[in-house]
Structures are given as C-alpha cells and as structure tokens.
Ligand binder design. Structure first.
Ligand code: ATP
Length: 246
C-alpha cells in the first residue's frame, strides 16, 4: 500500500480502501471479484486500472464509486467511510462528488451538445442560466464550443465521447471513474480523450480512476495498477522510487 508519508504536499489521498472484498455466487458458481484490496488513490492523478477480462476492474469502480457495496473492507472516500452511510447519503455523495464516463457516452439522441450537459445540471438544482453557462464552459474545455446545437448523430464517436466527458466535468466532480472510455475510438481520438482526462485531473485536482485494456493510454497515466483475480498484482508507484514518478 502507498503510504501517506510518500506523498508530495500536493497529492492527497482522495480514496483509501482497506481489505476490500467482493464475492459473487455460491458453491461452484462462487467468484471472488475483489480480494483484500488495500490501495490509496490521490487527487490530481490519473490512475489506470488494467487487467484481463473478469479480473475485477468494474467491481472495483462499483465499490469505490458508491455503485455496489463490497462484502468486506472499507472505502474511505474524501475522508468518510462511504459504505457505512445510508443509501440516501451514498446517492447524495455520488451526485455531489462523483463523475462517471463509460465506453458509450450514454448521450440523449434528441439533445444538442449544450443541452446534453446543461439538462443534468438542472436536475441537480442548478438554475437554467448557471447550467447553460457551465455547459458552454465545458464545451469550450473539450474543444467543441462551435458544436453547441449538434446532436450525437451529427458528430463522430470521438466528438461524442468528448461531450460525455464535458458533461461529467461540468459539475466539477472530485472523484472521476472511467470504464473503457477509449475502447471505441481510433488512436488519435483515444489519445485526445486520455489527454483531456489527465488535464482534468490536474486542473480540478480530481482523482481519476480509469479502467482500460487500451495500452495506448499508458503514456498519459500518472500511475498504473494491474489487477488479476481480484488482487492488485502491480503498482507503478511501488515499482520505482516515488520521486521518479513525478
Ligand atoms: N453481478 C454479477 N453476478 C455474478 N458474477 C459477477 C457479477 N458481476 C461480476 N461478476 C464476476 O466477478 C468477476 C469480476 O467481474 P468484473 O466485471 O469486475 O471484471 P472486469 O475486470 O471488469 O471484466 P471485463 O474486463 O470483462 O469487464 C468476474 O468473474 C465476473 O464474472
């Protein structure tokens, strides 16, 4: 486990897990999805979580992002014991602090880009004017300020994924979880998305945990974790002196 003592003054543990475990099924169907996972993930860093199919990557995002409770262990998120809270408080925590990006952006087919971003913000209680302003800012940030009214069908896969990222970033989440955000994209668009995420981590001092099979993301990452059979098998921060990673 990365010790807090090794962190530079600007990196703060956004999430710590201790002995995280998750099991599905019983008897011969029993699968250990997470096996005694203890890690710390820092604000301002983009960490890749890599591993073979079925190794536990999505289970990890689900446990850390307040989507699915682990069976054992703790998730300390932003200093609070996430899974000891009521489900209502966990939902509020996700809404207030977490951003998610998945393989297909999950955009609304009928909405233009600005409304894709603004509408969910109004559901969070933002005024229409605030939401519109934040949406325009987010579109500018991902380089699509000139496509405010374009619908998903009028844009490329890479552009739609940038909109999905803008939508996630608009509410300025502190904890960002991505599941295969580049797998549907070609090399250039994949690199573009990776760079946007990395800049987001730095600019908003957010923690980003990104599940991927995509080796092309490796050069953009601050840290790489490998997982197999639910256990963390390597951590780039443990493999070399901490200072060498800066
Ligand atoms: N709801 C579920 N019911 C039963 N088994 C499950 C469930 N969710 C996950 N598993 C099992 O837990 C293990 C870990 O699954 P998980 O989805 O976390 O892996 P993954 O690394 O994300 O896989 P992939 O890269 O294929 O998406 C797998 O063996 C999977 O079959």
């Amino acid at each position: 486990m990365t010790s807090l003592a090794k962190q530079s003054p600007t990196t703060v543990a956004a999430i710590q897990t201790c002995g995280l475990g998750k099991v599905f099924g019983e008897g011969r169907q029993r699968v250990i999805a997470l096996d005694d996972v203890s890690i710390e993930l820092c604000s301002g860093q983009m960490t890749l979580l890599m591993g073979p199919s079925g190794s536990g990557k999505s289970s990890m995002i689900a446990a850390l992002g307040g989507l699915q409770a682990p069976d054992t262990g703790q998730v300390i998120a932003l200093g609070e014991d996430l899974w000891s809270r009521s489900s209502r408080k966990i939902t509020r925590f996700r809404r207030d602090h977490c951003g998610f990006v998945f393989q297909s952006g999950g955009l609304f087919p009928a909405l233009g880009a600005r409304d894709q971003i603004a509408l969910p913000l109004t559901f969070l209680g933002w005024s229409a004017a605030e939401a519109k302003r934040a949406a325009c800012e987010a579109l500018d940030w991902v380089g699509l300020a000139d496509r405010q009214d374009s619908r998903p069908s009028e844009m490329s896969g890479g552009q739609n994924q940038r909109i999905a990222i803008a939508r996630m970033l608009a509410k300025k989440p502190t904890l960002i979880f991505c599941d295969e955000p580049t797998s549907a994209l070609d090399g250039k668009n994949g690199a573009n998305i990776a760079e946007l995420l990395k800049q987001a981590a730095a600019r908003h001092n957010a923690m980003i945990l990104c599940v991927t099979h995509d080796e092309r993301l490796v050069p953009h990452a601050d840290r790489i974790l490998h997982i197999e059979d639910g256990r963390i098998t390597s951590d780039s921060e443990e493999d070399k002196p901490y200072a060498a990673n800066r």
